[in-house]
Design a protein around this ligand. Structure first.
Ligand code: ZN
Length: 256
């Protein structure tokens, strides 16, 4: 008798290695189970169930047999739907996509699912496929902020993190990186700390990044200068959380 079908999930390939002549191991970011390492037996030969070989940035449907005694699970089915081929048409698109991959790979834990973060990654990769220069800059900042927000470490932008005083959205303000949010003038007068100055324009764009979907970036992409400034801030917050530099952002420095 045939057993019940195994559950499947959408997944993005974050890393792949050759394991043998015909097999690969890979790190996946799955929608339902979070990050997972898998062994894909025979994936380089390909077959009806395992349509390999797996490549970084492939999106597909995965069936995984979990192993209790090992962190390396068995990929029993892999049906890729896209590898986002147009990302490879422009270096800046590809570099931004590899930033998304690095954040998922290094900034999440095994079997700690975050479906909204997964959806954000897919959405931004789809948008990047047709993005121009301004759109690429917006996409990076959008995903960085999404990751920080989804991880519960997004910057506080509406009130002072020290005294709780509200910060009207149209007013320039100072943001203290190490505190993860705005700090009011009164609190800074009591105790100085390193801050970044946010103009009214910065604050409007930050708010828009929180509210917009990637396909609505048109208006933001016209002013990449503000987004570049904000990316410095988001990068500092990411590097504080990761406790190191992100390799993909160093690559982006060279591409830009
Ligand atoms: Zn304050």
């Amino acid at each position: 008798m045939k057993g019940a079908p195994r559950p499947t999930t959408l997944a993005i390939v974050l890393r792949k290695y050759d394991f043998s002549e015909t097999s690969q191991t890979a790190k996946l970011y799955t929608r339902e189970w979070g990050r997972l390492s898998v062994l894909a037996k025979g994936s380089k030969r390909g077959g009806a169930d395992l349509r390999g070989p797996l490549d970084v940035l492939d999106l597909g449907e995965a069936e995984v047999v979990k192993r209790r005694d090992s962190d390396l699970h068995l990929l029993s089915k892999w049906l890729p739907s896209t590898g986002f081929p147009r990302l490879r048409h422009r270096l800046d698109r590809l570099a931004a996509a590899l930033f998304v991959v690095e954040v998922l790979r290094e900034g999440t834990r095994d079997e700690d699912p975050a479906p909204l973060l997964f959806d954000a990654a897919v959405e931004v990769l789809q948008m990047l496929e047709s993005a121009g220069q301004g759109g690429v800059v917006a996409a990076r900042a959008w995903f960085a902020l999404r990751y920080l927000d989804q991880s519960g470490i997004g910057p506080e932008l509406d009130a002072c993190v020290r005294c709780g005083r509200e910060a009207p959205p149209e007013v320039p303000a100072r943001l203290a990186i190490h505190r993860g949010g705005l700090v009011c003038r009164q609190c800074l007068a009591l105790r100085a700390e390193q801050t970044m100055w946010l103009t009214r324009g910065h604050r409007v764009v930050l708010r828009a990044l929180r509210e917009l979907r990637p396909l609505e970036f048109g208006c933001l992409a016209e002013d990449p200068g503000l987004l570049q400034d904000l990316m410095k801030l988001l990068r500092a917050l990411l590097e504080l959380a990761f406790e190191r530099e992100l390799q993909s952002l160093r690559t982006i420095d060279e591409v830009d």
